[in-house]
Design a protein. Structure first.
Length: 183
């Protein structure tokens, strides 16, 4: 406690000293400004330069610019073009963008088909094992992802994109094994 009071006093002394210095002399104060004398002061007018006309301002001859004819929008805007409405043809499927599929040999296509189908079978088996059991939030999320990859693999098979089908099937298989291992 003693130490804190001394530190406060040590800081208070310079503050008080600076206030006294900035405030000026306590005994002799500066006289306050009298606004009465300021209000009565007259401005100093410069003396004219001479009688020869050098002090007069030249006549510049300012001309007024003509006003524009119209400031607003024309009253009759041009007619809007008529557009013939084209009847939309209902399509059963959404038009898909063309995909670039690598050219595979017949053996590679057959191997990709077999791998994709084998991966889908394993994923379905593992998902079926988890079907009757109560799943926590993480396991339910994994099961949802497995179903999504399986659906994507089947769509790729329909489109004859065997590389994508193989990749999606493999992803579904790996996640389904992780799901089955956690049961």
């Amino acid at each position: 406690m003693e130490r804190g009071k001394g530190a406060r006093g040590f800081l208070l002394a310079p503050v008080c000293l600076s206030l006294m210095v900035c405030g000026g002399c306590l005994v002799k104060k500066r006289p306050a400004a009298h606004f009465v004398t300021i209000a009565l002061a007259h401005p100093v007018v410069p003396a004219p330069v001479g009688q020869d006309g050098a002090g007069e301002a030249p006549d510049l001859g300012v001309e007024a610019a003509p006003m524009p004819a119209l400031l607003g929008v024309p009253r009759n805007p041009p007619a809007k073009p008529k557009v013939v409405a084209v009847a939309a043809q209902p399509s059963a499927e959404k038009a898909r963008e063309p995909e670039i599929v690598p050219d595979l040999s017949t053996e590679e296509v057959e191997a990709a088909k077999a791998d994709a189908q084998a991966s889908l079978n394993v994923a379905e088996r593992n998902l079926g094992a988890a079907k009757g059991k109560a799943l926590n939030a993480a396991q339910a999320d994994l099961a949802s992802k497995v179903r999504g990859f399986m659906k994507a693999a089947r769509e790729a098979m329909k489109d004859s994109d065997w590389e994508r089908a193989k990749t999606m099937g493999k992803k579904a298989e790996v996640l389904s094994r992780e799901l089955a291992g956690g049961l």
